[in-house]
Ligand binder design. Structure first.
Ligand code: DNO
Length: 346
């Protein structure tokens, strides 16, 4: 496996120098953030990230994310034009040496939490999700915003978009995803890129919007939409594992050869649909991280791994989920698990 770390570009307080000082770090996971969704990324902007990473001894082989325009998910008359733009980005990234592209197919909202500064007993804080709070939220008036969200919607724009989704059932969303994959996967194959869909987070519908990348059965269905190695998964343990209904170790055993990128983090289940994010080690949350790493190893996993959301510890402030300290601790913990599992299996 290759250990990686997310970098949000020049404005990220977690600098490339800091990332390069985390033991065994091989590369960064990043994206061109300045270009609106649905437009082509310039070759210079891609190479700029690559060269900056290289100057710190880091690779740039994973992009997270090339976002999918809402018109593609809606399957409206602009979809094909926008899919062609998407394909062009895949080509350009492949040419620049990117090997894996993470994306998601969640309508309108990316990852969602109801609390950004959930207080832990030790004085640290992290992200949490309480279903009742989310059910009482109105996306048109709520103040909540997360790093993954597209901030460019006006209230009217968001309202219109939500209206457009009123006719999009889960079945329709599946059709639109299939159409997207049928165009994009052949390009990815040609350019040596592995596409890796990120599961929906949380893995159930929110605000009346459909979500489909949610459980074992749906992942199975997804992989069959286009049955190619280039059509794979970002296996996010915290997203899929935030509900005890998902047996994530069983999923790794079944889909291991199609997992190209793993987001390894832990969560603590507080109720059926309530959870909070914890430090990475198994004893801190509800997931058995050793079993997860073992299952990845046994399935022959050779892909990219990154620690995921960290708590804010040691007084750090910054981008929710994406501070340095707790993620760096998570990174070395993950590296330790892999070393142990690899050596003990020899
Ligand atoms: C959250 C991230 C997600 C992820 C996208 C992938 O921290 O895991 O925002 O990057 O869903 O497209």
């Amino acid at each position: 496996m290759k250990l990686t770390f997310r970098w949000y570009g020049d404005s990220d307080p977690v600098t490339l120098e800091k990332i390069s000082q985390i033991p065994t770090m091989s590369g960064i996971v990043s994206a061109v953030y300045s270009v609106p969704v649905g437009e082509v990324w310039s070759e210079e902007s891609i190479l700029d990230i690559k060269n900056k990473a290289k100057a710190h001894g880091l690779e740039f082989e994973v992009v997270e994310s090339v976002p999918v325009h809402e018109d593609i998910k809606l399957g409206n008359e602009n979809a094909d034009k926008l899919i062609e733009v998407y394909c062009e980005n895949v080509r350009r990234l492949g040419k620049a040496g990117v090997k894996c592209i993470c994306y998601n197919f969640m309508p309108v909202f990316d990852w969602l939490r109801s609390e950004l500064e959930f207080q832990h007993k030790d004085g640290s804080n992290g992200l949490a999700y309480v279903d009742e709070t989310v059910l009482s939220m109105n996306p048109l008036t709520s103040e909540l915003s997360l790093p993954g969200w597209d901030e460019s919607y006006t209230k009217e724009g968001l309202k219109a978009l939500l209206n457009q989704y009123a006719s999009v059932t889960e079945e329709k969303l599946w059709d639109n995803l299939k159409h997207f994959l049928e165009k994009v996967i052949p390009v990815a194959e040609e350019y040596g890129v592995m596409m890796a869909i990120h599961p929906d987070d949380p893995p159930w519908g929110i605000f009346g919007l459909p979500r489909i990348i949610t459980n074992q059965e749906n992942l199975r269905k997804f992989l069959k939409l286009v049955d190619s190695p280039a059509n794979g998964l970002t296996f996010c343990t915290g997203s899929l594992g935030c509900t005890y209904h998902n047996d994530i170790v069983a999923m790794i055993k079944e889909f291991g050869d199609r997992i190209h990128f793993a987001h390894l983090r832990n969560v603590k289940w507080d109720a059926e649909r309530d959870f909070h994010e914890t430090a990475h080690p198994s004893s801190c949350g509800s997931l058995d991280m050793l079993e997860i790493v073992k299952a990845l190893h046994e399935s022959g996993f050779k892909g990219y791994v990154r620690p995921d959301h960290g708590r804010m510890i040691w007084g750090e402030t910054g981008r929710y989920g994406y501070g340095l300290y707790d993620r760096a601790l998570g990174a070395t913990y993950i590296a330790g698990l892999f070393e142990a599992v690899e050596k003990l299996s020899k």
